[in-house]
Design a protein around this ligand. Structure first.
Ligand SMILES: NC(=O)c1ccc[n+]([C@@H]2O[C@H](COP(=O)([O-])OP(=O)(O)OC[C@H]3O[C@@H](n4cnc5c(N)ncnc54)[C@H](O)[C@@H]3O)[C@@H](O)[C@H]2O)c1
Length: 355
């Protein structure tokens, strides 16, 4: 079935990415209407043949659409999603879903009461780097993964803390902007319960909002995950590292197409006879050597990994049609936001937060 979209907020993201995606022939959505406070954005919408409104009530009363995409500054996500659901529409909020986990619970309750779908645009679950990492792990060659790192560093040193993104009461700051994507990826990867969160989140150069975050999460089994956002770091470390008891993997950059994995086919032995000591080295038990021919390496991706963010829209359509399970469920969004809140709390108090 084809679903008509009404946009609340038709700024950079909605008029660009969301509109372009819905216009694709293979995406079963059609843009029809816009509500935006700015005349410039309404004029843009009209130039594309969409009906534009400067009033939320009239927009919701129009019945010109089935599905509402909310892409306003973050503090409006919850009230706008709830209004759309209450008016009988399915709704998708941009990330971060809301300003608090309490708001996400509220949105979920409204969706349940209305019998409508509520989801969040966590499109980075379909980023190529993330899919490449999963592909490498799924080979099983790395053994049991005991630690993960996911980071985003700015290649050119220019953080985009402009407009509403500079203000806390608008949900500004890098951690709610990029950090939430990376936290969502990490939790989509590691399904087990989170036990504790320790974080350093603060502004380096961005006034009242954060532009640096390092968060360490410990899961129930003892697996750890680090999420780092460093806006002004032009010496980029790899986007992903994952360390297993048989090997490790590195993915070079966000949405990039390169990385490598290295693993040991023969288990590391503590049998002294089998340890190889290359000529000229000093033997040591703490960093025992692998026989060179037991170490294997592969360039990534192992097979082509397409990046198609429209996969999220296609999944939402499948969920609405009743043919697919929704990928970005309200439960997964809430789980992610609770960890984000714990990270902010840890940064404020300087202590680890038990979950
Ligand atoms: N998923 C992603 O990859 C991604 C990328 C960029 C932005 N985003 C998210 O998209 C959202 C919008 O970001 P953006 O970059 O498009 O911002 P933007 O400032 O370019 O656009 C926001 C639009 O909302 C309108 N608006 C503001 N308050 C409104 C209100 N009360 N009612 C109706 N319209 C209102 C503004 O006029 C503007 O046109 C944010 O939540 C952001 O985090 C997500």
């Amino acid at each position: 079935m084809n679903y008509r979209i009404g946009y609340i907020g038709f700024g950079g993201m909605a008029s660009g990415y969301h509109y372009d995606t819905a216009m694709r022939e293979d995406v079963p959505f059609t843009p029809t209407a816009v509500f935006d406070l700015r005349e410039s954005q309404r004029t843009l919408a009209e130039s594309r043949g969409l009906k534009a409104f400067d009033n939320l009530g009239e927009f919701l009363d129009s019945r010109l659409f089935d599905f509402v995409v909310v892409a306003t500054p973050n503090q409006y996500h919850c009230p706008m999603v709830c209004a759309a659901l209450d008016a009988g529409y399915h709704a998708m909020s941009e990330k971060p879903a809301a300003m608090s986990s309490a708001e996400i619970e509220q949105m979920t309750a409204h969706a349940k009461a209305a019998g409508k779908l509520f989801t969040v645009h966590h499109n980075r679950r379909w980023d190529r780097d993330f899919l490449m990492l999963k592909q490498a792990i799924e080979t099983g060659r790395l053994g049991n993964i005991y630690a993960y790192e996911n980071r985003i560093h700015s290649a050119n040193g220019n953080g985009q803390m402009l407009g509403w993104r500079k203000y806390t009461d608008h949900g500004g700051g890098m951690f709610l902007d990029w950090g939430i994507h990376m936290m969502d990826q990490m939790l989509a990867l590691i399904k087990e319960p989170v036990k504790s969160v320790f974080a350093d989140i603060r502004p380096i150069r961005s006034g009242e909002v954060d532009d640096y975050a390092k968060v360490l999460i410990r899961f129930a089994s003892g697996v750890t995950a680090q999420v780092e956002v460093s806006t002004f770091n032009p010496l980029c470390l790899p986007k992903w590292c994952a360390f297993g008891d048989r090997g490790s993997v590195i993915i070079d950059e966000c949405c990039g197409n390169s990385g490598k994995m290295r693993w040991v086919e023969t288990a590391h032995t503590d049998d002294r006879e089998n340890i190889v000591y290359p000529e000229g080295t000093v033997s040591t038990r703490t960093m025992g050597f692998y026989a060179v021919d037991t170490v294997e390496e592969a360039a990534l991706p192992l097979s082509p990994v397409p990046q198609d963010w429209a996969a999220l829209y296609k999944n939402v359509a499948g969920a609405l049609d009743g043919t697919e399970a929704l990928e970005v469920t309200p439960e997964s969004v809430l789980r992610c936001f609770r960890v984000v809140e714990a990270a902010f709390r840890s940064a404020e108090t300087g202590t680890s937060v038990e979950m």
